[in-house]
Design a protein around this ligand. Structure first.
Ligand SMILES: Cc1ncc(COP(=O)(O)O)c(C=O)c1O
Length: 427
């Protein structure tokens, strides 16, 4: 394997890794490059990436068209403040997002991470009701099992018992929660009961609610649950009936991951506010966006300015890269790619359902999870993954895959084969 590069000694001395103590109790593997669906470690090993860098590298790594867009923009205008200035990459990207997003979401606020786009969405909803003379409508109803980010208000609408956030509970704004919807494939009566329960929770708090916040159809890091689109359709109708805004967090689901460009499309729903991030730049740079309808923007704006403005708002290089990512999606048969991935994930992983230590298996779009009965031994799973020359990063009770859409069958089978081996050797 050779001697690790000298800089690796600096990591335990100075760095802090995500969701980890410092220094990290688990190894951090030195990586020096990436290409296509592969991550390249310092010792030369090439790993098939099953994580798409936390679900955003949908075109794999270093796609020539993405690199070209990035280099061109860096040479002209890498970054500039967005207050009092505007630029072509932001204007063109906003137009493009307005065109491809559901319904009439035509007003776009750019920021720099998914969590911040959720903060922006919640602030928009609060300012909207203030402008309409209902300042008491300032709380949110969220689904249990949701995850919306790590900033404080985003944490407050994420699952209240999830171990990522429960330590901060006493500091978080108080929100309301409604049960996690039943799994997709539930019976008609289970769906009916869930909708009735949702309506009861909505009606109980209606006069305090600025909005309902949810991840459409597929919940991500809060438990990876896939629920019936019909539930979302009903939720949307109930929000309209009871005068509450619907905020769709499409940060993980947006840009094709579930087989539709946006997961709201499965339920034929147009939210009032939509959050985008992760795959927006194809995994190249940090950029997020909050979209809303012109009518909501104009109600807020008649009462005064919207009170948010990040330093790196609408970074031109990130916007230009996002445009290149959308061009690439348009030029490829991404729906076919995602459908092919889904077929293989279902064929290879659903049979693990009865295995010892497996609590459930779900596969939907370019996503699959094996939920385990006990928390996984992350180090053991990662060691096994390296033996199989793949990159996995399980957490809590979830061993999951969100590969780049460009992955081919042999590499995908390498990923599913590793999970099959892990289930038989480690559970
Ligand atoms: C659905 C959802 N919302 C929000 C976030 C937070 O995004 P970020 O990590 O970019 O702040 C995530 C991240 O995993 C997410 O999956």
């Amino acid at each position: 394997m050779g001697t690790p590069p000298a800089w690796t000694a600096l990591d335990p001395r100075h760095l802090w890794h995500p969701y980890a103590p410092a220094p990290d109790s688990l190894p951090a593997h030195p990586i020096i490059g990436s290409e296509g669906v592969h991550l390249i470690l310092a010792d030369g090993r090439r790993l098939v990436d099953g994580m798409a860098s936390w679900w955003c590298a949908i075109h794999g790594y270093r796609h020539p068209k993405m690199l070209q867009a990035l280099h061109e923009q860096v040479d002209i205008l890498p970054h500039v403040m967005f207050g009092g200035l505007t630029h072509e990459p932001a204007a063109r990207l906003a137009e493009r997002l307005a065109q491809i997003s559901p319904g009439d979401l035509s007003r776009v606020f750019f920021c720099d991470s998914g969590s911040v786009s959720v903060e922006v969405a919640l602030k928009l909803a609060v300012q909207y009701w203030q402008a309409r003379g209902n300042p008491e409508k300032c709380r949110f109803l969220a689904l249990r099992g949701g995850y919306h980010g790590d900033t404080f208000t985003a944490m407050s609408v994420s699952d209240p018992d999830n171990s990522l956030h429960h330590r901060f509970r006493s500091l978080l704004p108080q929100q309301y929660f409604t049960p996690r919807p039943p799994d997709a494939g539930c019976s008609a009566s289970e769906l009916e009961d869930a909708c009735a329960r949702f309506e009861a929770d909505l009606v109980a708090h209606q006069f305090e609610l600025a909005g309902v916040v949810l991840e459409p159809v597929l919940q991500g890091a809060g438990g990876f649950h896939h629920y019936p689109p019909a539930f979302l359709t009903q939720v949307s109708a109930l929000c309209t009936r009871h005068d509450t805004l619907l905020i769709a967090d499409e940060i993980a689901t947006g840009f094709g991951r579930t087989g539709a460009m946006f997961a709201c499309e499965h339920a034929d729903v147009v939210p009032d506010i939509m959050c985008l991030g992760k795959a927006l730049t194809g995994g190249m740079l940090s950029l997020a966006a909050t979209l809303t309808r012109e009518e909501i923007a104009s109600v807020i704006s008649k009462a005064g300015p919207f009170l948010h403005g990040p330093t790196f708002m609408a970074n031109p290089t990130a916007c230009r890269t996002a445009l290149a990512s959308l061009d690439l999606l348009e030029s490829r048969n991404w729906k076919g790619e995602v459908a092919a991935i889904e077929g293989i994930l279902q064929q290879e992983l659903l049979p693990l359902q009865p295995a010892k230590g497996v609590a459930g298996v779900r596969a939907f779009g370019a996503f699959a999870v094996v939920e385990t009965s006990e928390p996984v031994d992350v180090q053991a799973w990662q060691a096994l993954a390296l033996q199989h020359k793949v990159w996995l990063r399980p957490f809590q009770n979830f061993v999951y895959l969100m590969p780049p859409f460009i992955i081919q069958e042999p590499e995908l089978m390498q990923l599913t084969g590793t999970i099959q081996a892990g289930v038989s050797e480690l559970l």
